[in-house]
Design a protein around this ligand. Sequence first.
Ligand code: FAD
Length: 505
Amino acid sequence: MDHFDVLVVGAGISGVGAAYYLQSRCPGRSYAIFEAREAMGGTWDLFRYPGIRSDSDMFTLGFSFRPWTEAKAIADGPAILNYLKETAAAYGIDRHIRYQHRVRSASWDSATSRWTVEIERGSERTADKVTCGHLHMCAGYYNYAQGYRPPFPGEESFAGKIVHPQFWPTDLDYQNKRVVVIGSGATAVTLVPEMARDAAHVTMLQRSPTYVVSRPAEDAFANRLRAVLPAKLAYAIVRWRNVLGQMFMFRLARRRPQRVKTAIIDMVRQALGPDYDVATHFTPAYNPWDQRLCLVPDADLFEAIRTGAASVVTDHIERFTETGVALASGKVLPADIIVTATGLDMRLMSDLALTVDGAPVDPSQSFSYKGMMFSGVPNLSATFGYTNASWTLKADLTAEYLCRLLRHMDRHGYTECRPINADPNLEAAPWLDFSSGYIVRARDRLPKQGLVKPWKVNQNYALDLLYFRFGALEDGVMRFSRPMPAGASASAPLASPAKAPADAA
Ligand SMILES: Cc1cc2nc3c(=O)[nH]c(=O)nc-3n(C[C@H](O)[C@H](O)[C@H](O)COP(=O)(O)OP(=O)(O)OC[C@H]3O[C@@H](n4cnc5c(N)ncnc54)[C@H](O)[C@@H]3O)c2cc1C
């Protein structure tokens, strides 16, 4: 059986970033990346709908160690995929990726300090096993096999095409077609202006509005700075400016929601003119940053609405008809194509089945440690990005911390690290403090966070940076242990302190 010191699962942004840190900071450790698909890039390879792009800036969605040098700060999907592939090639990370290696389950054995990982390999999905000392999950946060797609009454009667953005048909011809896009999240606001260029008309049909904010696709300051400073320095400056700006806006939104709400809605009003019904179509019932804001580059969505190429309808779907969508208000939207931009089906660690010494792990019963490990589960970490900032900021910190942990274990001869919750009264809160549909739908399956360190999940990069880089590794919660001395009984406990009652179960 192959053995790796660290097995990284997933070759998207998080997996590629983790590999960079592992090979540069823990060069003595062997690692491999197992990727279920035939290609790397994760999200940026899977999603192929027209106009696919980032909705946060590439100075923070890019890796800390590799400057983003393209002119566009809000970048197109193919450019992001290219950046990932170039990064993997530049650092020889691509040689460590094993494609069509789908990780199914992992069983931890305390006696050997190893995970035995069951995988499916190749197009035949042949069952196989490998072992590893540490499992680092970079499997993203949603189901790759299917998106979230509620059933709609009467959909079988619709004579046109129904498309989900996660599986965009390459041959879909929407030229001069009437398109209805259901939803008003990041995907819908990307698709609508892009399709409106060629379609007869595109209607964005939403149940309730979302906050939409326009930003220039190109960052003029960043582009000027790059012209006069070395790329790495310019990148670092713009990255920090964006991190701090984002943190400031988030705090302001939480402290003065009404002020931020008014400012956003005023901007929409300016973009769409005084006669547009902004109150109905662009004024959400929730506060800014209770859900992620939708970013549109160069006001492209508003431009499509102003020119009449696209429109927004806020209503409820009663049923699909043969020729379109019948709404609760009695209105009917004629359609040749319906795009169900209804979202993602959220998954934690791709629903990996885990056992620890034979006992199944139920992640929903665990507390998340620093937002990257789970109480009672040894030698396993997972990358999960910020909800209020670019994913990669947290992915970078998670990988850095993993390397600190592994180096600490090397120095002391530890083979196991296990966060233990010894406080049976630790107050629990939802892992993600966000009201977006995909998070709310998955809440029962997600771990909990505590209200105190290290169980609290910070949605704050600057705070995490200090905590992850300089915080004590031996914090009294993370229990380290060594292998048994030669001759010790196989059933003797490891050198770690006794498991605390809260996690022992
Ligand atoms: C359309 C879209 C736009 C987005 N835009 C932004 C943005 O602008 N800014 C931002 O911060 N975030 C954005 N996100 C979130 C985005 O997913 C993250 O930014 C980032 O791409 C996640 O990278 P990842 O490597 O963690 O996960 P993913 O990109 O999801 O990659 C996970 C990889 O793991 C593999 N995998 C999963 N399960 C297994 C398994 N069991 N065995 C083996 N391999 C497995 C998958 O095949 C995949 O390749 C966006 C998401 C979507 C869907």
